[in-house]
Structure formats: structure tokens, C-alpha cells
Design a binder for this molecule. Sequence first.
Ligand code: PNW
Length: 463
Amino acid sequence: MTVNFPPGFLWGTATAAYQIEGAPHEDGRTASIWDTFSHTPGKTLGGDTGDTATDHYHRRADDVRLMADLGIGAYRFSVSWPRVQPTGRGHANQPGLDFYRALVDDLLDHGIRPVLTLYHWDLPQELESAGGWPERGTAHRFADYAHLVAEALGDRVEMWTTLNEPWCSAFLGYGSGVHAPGRADDLAALRAAHHLNLAHGLGAQALRAALPSHGQVSVTLNPGVVRAFTGAPQDVDAQRRIDALATRIFTGPMLHGAYPEDLLADTAAITDWSFVHDGDPAAIKQPLDSLGINYYTPTVVAAATDNGGLPGEALEPSPFPAATGVAFHRPPGKRTAMDWSVDPTGLYDLLVRFAEEVPGLPLVVTENGAAYDDKPDGDGTVHDPERIAYLHAHLDAVRRAIADGADVRGYFLWSLLDNFEWAYGYSKRFGAVHVDYATQVRTPKSSARWYSQVARTGQLPPY
Ligand code: PNW
């Protein structure tokens, strides 16, 4: 059966600045923590860096035309902070802003809605050198930056997002250290989480002050879909603990104005949370026009037994602080090239959870997609039937969530292009469009053709 999505549903693709732009030294840009990190030996696979990436900084107009040819209705991109405010404070760098103004104008000329994310992980190195996200001042710097970008682009961009996945910034950046800036310190990670929350709150206020009244303010989270390995009470308690550290540490203050009591208790051995000042929770809880949700794969947890898990179960290492006593199990099912399990029900569960938790708040799937080992055929085409199957199953989950009452306004495929997949470098291809990194030639994969049809018709074909 063919299924219709609601009229006005946004069909988009998503990218992030450091993953596609390249041109790290052009027009006054300075280093971000990802430049420093990727140039540090041993931090990324094969020593890959974003120095060239997909050369989008020079191919912007072609990439917009490509999206227009595919009938994409919306484009979610991020602004590189060190491009537009090189020291992380003070005056704007006009040539950096000009790039994004030209990008937005190209998008609008082609009838593509720009959806702008202010922070997709590229903190100016100068701010990291001053302490980074574990320091409170960084939240204030972010609010100033938000104001500066809103003043420059508020006349032509309607949809604004403060942060992308603060969980990754805090826990992969400062907890496990597998992302920039590569620090492994549980207290720093919890402090970073709070100051990212505060940055969101202060940034949302700055946006409201600078944007015209029709401006929309959002934040994108990667809420965990945490499943208990069994129904045993100790496994269910492990699920509660990881849900607090994965999701409620952000949604608590952002959506409800308070940190969850159980999170404070679970982390008491690390901190008394005295870095949360009076008034912070109220500053963090700002009215939102939508909530962005990124989803790829679920997490399965159990209480760790003395042998570290159940016999025969492979346990995975965890970036969560204060999670001793929790065992991470390999979820069942098919896997992508990231070794992430394919579980579309997780997306359904998330959408229904937030529809019930915050009635009246529109939801947007701001990222969903999969990496596969795509290779061009001899005839120059790229066939990726696994990605089509993944997208179809997850869009069907979105459709089911809408049918069950979730107010989902759009879906953004991660990603428009194959790109720099952070610590995995260029080894993982998430694009609907293949990139030959030697020549920068773009080739739409069969999934791009398939998604194009879905975007043009607003219908999910039978599978
Ligand atoms: C997201 N994890 O990253 C990001 O928003 C994108 O920039 C990225 O390319 C995409 O998903 C695919 O990875 C994540 O370890 C990275 O749980 C790692 C995790 C989650 C999301």
C-alpha cells in the first residue's frame, strides 16, 4: 500500500560544516577542536582530517543544484563557528558570514528551506584552550555567537537549531575522549553537559531577541533508545540509569526545567552538581517551536554480573560516566557498516515517547540514515539497496508514529553526501550521493533516486 505523509511535511537532507566544507584556512577561518583533534596522530582512522572533506566550501552552488535536481525540499546544515567568529568572541568575520549568506540565497533561489544549526561540534580552539565546555563562560560565548549569526541571517533563515547532539559533545568529547577535544574525565563530561544545556538556553534567548517574530527555535538531541536485556528488576534499573545519562540529562532541564533526581543521585560520587547555579534550570527551559530527534540504533543494557555480563554475550565499552555495574550488550539484528543494529521500532518508540511527554511540541527527525560499503559499478552507477531498505523501514516507523498521534513535521536523511565521519574518517559512507574523494565527483546512489521520488510525491511506496 502506498502511504501519504501529511501535507507540508519537510523532506530534507542533512550535513555538518566540518564533515563537508574543507577550506580550513580560507577567508579568516581559524582552527576548531576538530582541526586540532584530527591532526593529532592516532585520533582518527587513517589520520583522516576535514582539510578537504567534500570541498563543499568551493562546490556550494553545485551541491545546492544537486539537491534541487533531486527535489529535496529542505536542507539542514551547520555554521562553522570559527569561520564566522574566529576567536570565539567579539566581532564577526564578514567573509565567513558571506559564505553562509550565499548558501542560503542559493537554497532559497531553488525553493529549498534552509534549516540552520549553530553548533555541530566545531568549537573554536581558542575557547577550548580557555577551558571549553566544562567552563561556564563557553555558554555565554555561545549566546553571543548565536546573536551574531541571527543578526546576519535572520532575515532569510526561518528555522534555527541551537545545538546538535549535546550528548556527543559532552560524553564522546570529554568523557570517553573518542571525539574532539579528546578528554577523558567524567567530571568534565558532566560539567560540559550542563554548560551545553545552558548554552542552549542562553542561545535560544539570544535567537528570540534577534530573529523576526516568525523565526523558529529548536534543538536537536540524540535521545537514547535504551532497552533492558531482560525484564529482571536489576536490568530495568540499568535501563533507567542509562536513560538518565543518555536523554533525561538534557530533556530534564530543556523541556521540564529541572535535572532528574535519580541522575543527581546516580552521579553523586562524581559531583555534587554545584556548578548548576540558581536560575540555570529556568534559563535552560526555553519555549521551543520543535524538537529535533536524531536516531540511528538502540542500546541494550543489563546489570553487570560478577563475570561482567551474561555468558556468550559480547559486551561493549561505554562512554557513560557513573555507569559501573551496567553491562552493554550487542543488540540483535542486521547491522550497518558502523556495526550499528537496524531497529526501526526504536524510531517509532522515540517519537511516541516525546509526543506523550511534551504534548503540543512538534517533532522533526533531524537525522536518520545508515553507512554501507557502497562502491560504484563499472557503468558509473552506485547501487545501495540496503540503504533503501533502511530508509523505507524507518520512514514506515515515522508514518506509524504519526498515525498514532505524534506530530512529526519532517524527516532529514543523514546525509546528502558521503563525508568525514568523525573518528572513522572517510571509511564510512552515509551519503545518498556518492563522493569520489580523489576527484570530488558526486554520483547519486540508487537511494538518492528513491528518496527523491518520496520527497517529490510525499508518498512512501510499497516495499
Ligand atoms: C551523528 N554514538 O553522530 C552526528 O550528528 C553526525 O554528524 C554523524 O555523522 C552521524 O550521527 C552518523 O554517525 C553520532 O556513538 C556519532 O552514539 C556517534 C554516536 C551517535 C551519533
